[in-house]
Write a protein that binds this ligand. Structure first.
Ligand SMILES: C[S@@+](CC[C@H](N)C(=O)[O-])C[C@H]1O[C@@H](n2cnc3c(N)ncnc32)[C@H](O)[C@@H]1O
Length: 453
């Protein structure tokens, strides 16, 4: 498989290159190497073949099939190293050029693409206006990636290469992905397991599970997907007649798709009802939870689940609002209440870039963890983890905050002492600086791996 890089300028001009004298053009492309994703291959190809430091790449897919990667402009000058010529073409006119067969499908998508009417104001009225990538705009997606954000509606799988390495060999294996999400890891695991392998996927979010099931189906990736809490993995395996798996992944926390949908109420990025449930068919919403819990419980949740330094102050302010019947009902109201409790002006709520922390981020994380009883699920899952694996089976767990780290570390240490795991404990791995640059949401990831004795 090769990666084709579509280098696009804001004006909609795309880069074409030619190898010999014949009038046949191609989009910059090359082979994807072992351990690379299509996006990282595209970035490398541009560096090696053109001496060009490209911005982060966005995978461009149609009906689930990878057709190319969009790379927005970056630093440096394009200098073709292995090509006879390069040329810029308006993307809508790209099909007028004679193209190599490999690039034609991507070129067709570019040619069909019409830019949405540009929003001219400075204060977008709706989430859709602000996050154009939700409407399937590949240019907007590329621009979001170049800013260091995850394009809305997608999820960049974290430490994919390191996870595949830790869980391999996978050919013919039975694999359990406990947290399907967007399915990026599941897809890679299914491809590694091959036609003889079997990939069973769980997610407690039935809405996203359905979307991902359709996406993977369209991409020809066969997985068995079940809506379930990962703590209930033993009964799912039993119902499928599976007596232990060879490899298991749990990528904890929340997906970008959940964060990016305002109606899920998980993010301060857009106003929406304060819901935050991963499974909207059960349990109470975040708004109801905030109304019901005491100041002491709030403060404890903020400091235990969010490491919030102003836990007491924010808890006092929120419980005073609840007592006055003015508890926050929307994400914007919660963010504003947190800012006011911290003595910050409303403008502090406007996030400057993808790598800075929003003042309400820790409180939002803590409320989400409490509403979904995430610690409870994780503790129950960790207790059954060793018996989900066959002897020699490999486990990879990705944590994203100190609360998860503490639970995972304690459980794995105790289980190592009890002889469940083969290796002496090693420190968890961190994502590479390159991955963090391309996907700031990966910055707090820690990868814990074990082999079953
Ligand atoms: C970080 S995302 C997974 C992303 C996925 N690995 C990928 O490559 O797209 C985490 C997912 O875990 C799910 N999840 C969180 N807690 C869960 C639980 N207790 N049981 C099952 N799924 C859970 C969330 O709904 C979310 O879809």
């Amino acid at each position: 498989m090769s990666a084709a890089c579509v280098v696009l300028l804001r004006s909609g001009m795309a880069l074409l290159v030619r190898r010999g004298d014949a009038d046949v053009w191609e989009l910059p492309c090359g082979a994807i190497r072992a351990g690379e994703t299509a996006s990282s291959a595209a970035v490398r190809i541009l560096r090696e073949d053109f001496g060009f430091e490209a911005g982060p790449a966005t995978e461009l897919t149609r009906a689930g099939e990878l057709i190319g990667v969009l790379v927005s402009g970056g630093a440096g000058e394009l200098k073709p190293v292995r090509h006879a010529a390069m040329s810029w073409v308006e993307s809508r006119r790209i099909l007028e050029r004679p193209l190599t067969a490999e690039c034609a499908p991507i070129a067709r998508v570019l040619a069909e693409h019409r830019r949405r009417e540009r929003y001219k104001g400075t204060h977008p009225r709706s989430f859709g206006e602000k996050y154009k990538e939700l409407a399937g705009d590949p240019l907007a997606a590329a621009k979001a990636a170049a800013r260091g954000s995850t394009p809305a509606g997608a999820h960049l799988s974290v430490m994919k290469a390191e996870i595949l390495e830790a869980l391999s060999p996978l050919s013919g294996a039975t694999v359990l992905d406990c947290t399907l999400g967007w399915g990026g890891h599941a897809e890679a695991l299914a491809r590694s397991a091959g036609p003889e392998g079997r990939v069973i996927c769980l997610d407690r979010d039935g809405e996203e599970l359905e979307r991902t099931r359709r996406r993977l189906d369209a991409a020809g990736v066969a997985v068995v997907a079940r809506q379930s809490d990962y703590a209930d993995a033993p009964s799912v395996l039993e119902s499928l007649g599976v007596d232990g798996v060879n490899a298991l992944l749990a990528d904890l926390g929340v997906s970008s798709m959940q964060l990016d949908r305002p109606e899920r109420g998980m993010s301060f990025k857009a106003d929406g009802p304060l819901d935050m449930r991963m499974d909207r068919s059960r349990g109470i919403t975040a708004a109801q939870w905030l109304e019901r819990v005491s100041r002491v419980e709030l403060a404890e949740a903020f400091s235990r689940y969010g490491d919030e330094p102003d836990a007491e102050k924010v808890a006092a302010a929120l419980s005073a609002l609840a007592a006055a019947g003015r508890s926050p009902r929307t994400t914007a109201e919660l963010a504003a209440a947190v800012a006011a409790a911290k003595g910050l002006p409303p403008r502090a709520l406007r996030k400057k870039d993808a790598s800075s922390r929003h003042p309400a981020a820790r409180v939002f994380q803590a409320v989400r963890i409490a509403v979904n009883a995430e610690r409870d699920s994780l503790a129950r899952f960790l207790a059954v983890l060793p018996r989900l694996l066959r002897p020699g089976g490999r486990a990879a767990l990705l944590t994203f905050h100190s609360g998860e780290e503490r639970l995972v570390d304690a459980a794995l240490s105790a289980q190592t002492d009890a002889g469940f795991w083969r290796n002496p404990r090693a420190a968890p791995r961190k994502p590479s600086p390159e991955e963090v640059r391309l996907n700031p949401r990966a910055r707090s990831a820690r990868l814990w791996t074990e082999v079953r004795a």
